[in-house]
Design a binder for this molecule. Structure first.
Ligand SMILES: [Fe+2]
Ligand SMILES: [Fe+2]
Length: 428
């Protein structure tokens, strides 16, 4: 068997790894790929040796310039975990392959000594890191991140396969969100993760899905919103990285370039076969997400009719988009705390730029507008939220310092001016 057989095996192994990050162990998708990988290995018929040395990847004795997409995510994980050498026996069965992939998926850095697979360091054995719930959550998140990266790269090159991949991610995210808030944790923890474009797209997708669910839209609509959120910034691929990461205030020309990303994104999406018919919301949200409820943002529509309405998804995604951008470290500023980011959302809602109800529901979802949270009101007084009520966005009942309870939904009441840091939580 020639080199192709080895590539087929590594592609199946990479597929097993990617599937396992989305689907739980033992599911049909995972079992199928494990079986396929062991068959492909049998076709190859020889042991496989993979070595990572610095930035070099060596398969057998071949140095690989660019790791092929099907097993790139697996190899990147192995490198990130500090593995330098992986040896797989020719007769390794699907159970052994699955057992080892489980270790990689769970980000286990300890050297692996199976009967058929040995993986570890070429020199010094590294100490294992404590395994925690957060590690598991981050691992799950990174799985989605790698998938999102691949889907978005496909879409950037106008490949319709990207739509299929995006749909898979969105349904897997929906399934995770239905179980619990596990996916929220890494969004909180990874705020200085370096690959901003993709973490931002994934975060906006996860948080928009959660907000859409909280607003009780149909499951079908939640998925459509999640897809649109994932692709909202696709047009940024045309904006030079130096401008996106510029440290100082931008000049008018640079600003103009950034402000083109909504129309570039919408146009790019419309050129992907299948988008206009099956996912019409994608270009709409890409185009409208910076416009603002009061249309104070961009792009500006020349001679627009006064009743020009934005799609509610664009307004929903806009809330999450601003929040995630504020919560992330950027080259030109540090990440803002939850309280500071929430204060900005409230100010933007009060000024008419963001949708008040969506901001309110989002802050409820994040547990920011919750009983016990300290706030400063627009009349300068301080107080604590004692109760929130539905139907009156951003107008909870506040207990002030003199023990008086004020209902902010009463006409003439002050508004929330600032959300105070939550000293009881590590969510800063
Ligand atoms: Fe954007
Ligand atoms: Fe964005």
């Amino acid at each position: 068997m020639g080199q192709d057989a080895l590539d087929y095996f590594l592609s199946a192994l990479g597929g097993l790894f990617r599937m396992r990050r989305i689907y739980p162990p033992g599911t049909k998708q995972v079992l199928q790929l494990a079986n396929q990988a062991s068959q492909r290995l049998a076709d190859w018929g020889r042991p496989v040796r993979i070595t990572f040395l610095g930035n070099d990847t060596i398969i057998e004795d071949r140095r690989i310039e660019t790791i092929p997409t099907p097993f790139r995510a697996l190899f990147q994980s192995l490198q990130q975990l500090g593995f330098e050498s992986v040896q797989i026996e020719a007769n390794t069965g699907e159970d052994d392959l699955t057992a080892w992939i489980e270790k990689v998926v769970s980000k286990d850095r300890t050297p692996y000594r199976g009967s058929k697979i040995v993986a570890g360091s070429l020199r010094v054995e590294r100490r294992a890191e404590p395994y925690s719930v957060l590690t598991r959550a981050v691992t799950g998140y990174l799985g989605f991140l790698a998938e999102a990266q691949e889907a978005l790269s496909d879409l950037e090159s106008k490949k319709p396969e990207g739509l299929v991949r995006a749909r898979e991610i969105v349904s897997a995210i929906a399934a995770r969100l239905a179980i619990g808030r596990e996916l929220f944790e890494p969004i909180r923890e990874l705020k200085d993760f370096d690959d901003y474009t993709f973490t931002h797209a994934l975060n906006v997708c996860v948080l928009s899905s959660a907000l859409a669910r909280a607003l009780r839209v149909s499951e079908e609509m939640v998925n459509a919103i999640a897809m649109a959120a994932l692709c909202h910034d696709l047009g940024k691929k045309e904006v030079p990285k130096e401008i996106l990461n510029y440290k100082g205030p931008l000049g008018p020309n640079e600003r103009l370039l950034i402000e083109k990303h909504p129309s570039i994104g919408a146009r790019l999406l419309l050129e992907i076969p299948g988008v206009e018919s099956a996912n019409p919301l994608l270009p709409v949200v890409a185009y409208q997400h910076h416009m603002g409820v009061d249309q104070s943002g961009y792009p500006k529509i020349q001679g627009r009719p006064p009743q020009y309405m934005l799609h509610f998804t664009s307004l929903l995604v806009a809330v999450v988009d601003i929040y995630d951008a504020l919560r992330t470290v950027r080259p030109y500023r540090p990440a803002l705390s939850v309280a500071k980011a929430s204060t900005i959302l409230i100010k933007d809602a009060m000024s008419g730029k963001l949708h008040k109800e969506y901001v309110s529901s989002f802050l409820l979802l994040l547990n920011v507008l919750a009983a016990g949270r300290g706030v400063v009101l627009s009349d300068g007084s301080r107080g604590m939220i004692v109760e929130t009520h539905t139907g009156y966005p951003l107008c909870p009942m506040i207990g002030d310092e003199s023990g008086r309870v004020r209902d902010l939904s009463d006409p003439g009441s002050p508004t929330i001016w600032e959300v105070e840091e939550d000293t009881t939580s590590d969510l800063q």
